[in-house]
Design a protein around this ligand. Sequence first.
Ligand code: PHE
Length: 338
Amino acid sequence: LESELMAKIDAAADETALEELRVHALGKKGVISERMKSLGKMSPEERQEAGPLLNGLKERVGTAITARRDILAHSALEARLKAETVDVTLPVDPQPRGKIHPVSQVFAEIEAIFADMGFSVRYGPDIEDDFHNFTALNFPPGHPAREMHDTFFFEEKEDGSRMVLRTHTSPVQVRTMTSEKPPIRIIAPGRTFRCDSDQTHTPMFHQVEGLVIDKETHMGHLKGTLEAFVKRFFEIDDLSTRFRPHFFPFTEPSAEMDVAYERVDGAIKFGQGDKWMEILGCGMVHPNVLKNCGLDPDEYQGFAFGMGVDRLAMLKYGIPDLRDFFSGDTRWLEHYGF
Ligand code: PHE
């Protein structure tokens, strides 16, 4: 019996099998316990001989089971450690990394530059009413300037008015002047919409508006602010600029700002040179606009400007086709993103 039990103990493959064996040998109805019970029926002489033998057997089997259990527990731990080993020298799985869209990047650059000059940021809705997009900005009813903008109109409402997709960020000027007290120094980044599409126009594009209103603001402030801005934006200290007279209904006088460039091996190089690139529109806020927004033109003046962000991104980072900005091609973003 002993050699049979011992062989089984040695062969027990896991702790469950070993526990079954223990019950089989030493449990209340186990083979050894049954033999112990038979001691009672023996004569004193027989008992004296069989008793120590059985006790010895019980003890040795118990010890063997405990020893086997230790071995099994140990090797179970070993197996787990082995299975859970991490090879830290293996290369990691390549994870695709997102990139920042050039438009987002340029928005952030513009905001940082104007933040340093004390401007804060305002937002307005993409869907505007006629008052904020046109009327308050001194576009007379039926004026050709309204058509110039290739406006996306919504369906007429019962009162005959039509909402529009804002054609520029200038309505944020109106929203700011009608809800805040001067001094005002804000920029308004956002989406704008015009029914237009070619290599440099998309129906949805981006602008940053600027507005400064105070008591003694003049054209010199406008020029100084915008010259400082473009120099930092293009990261060129001796960037030549010029202001060219222009027309906007909501500014008087109005101007467009150009930066000088030359062609070097076909590529645009900003700074000096005899060619001029239009960068933004600007001007002194028209007295009618101030009045439409509840400000007294005899007390307050200011300047405003608006720039095309997509165009600035194309120029600064040499991106050829505007339509690719919004085609959602991840290879394009991989190449031009940040
Ligand atoms: N809103 C004008 C445009 O979209 C730009 C502009 C803004 C011009 C503010 C002057 C002042 O073309």
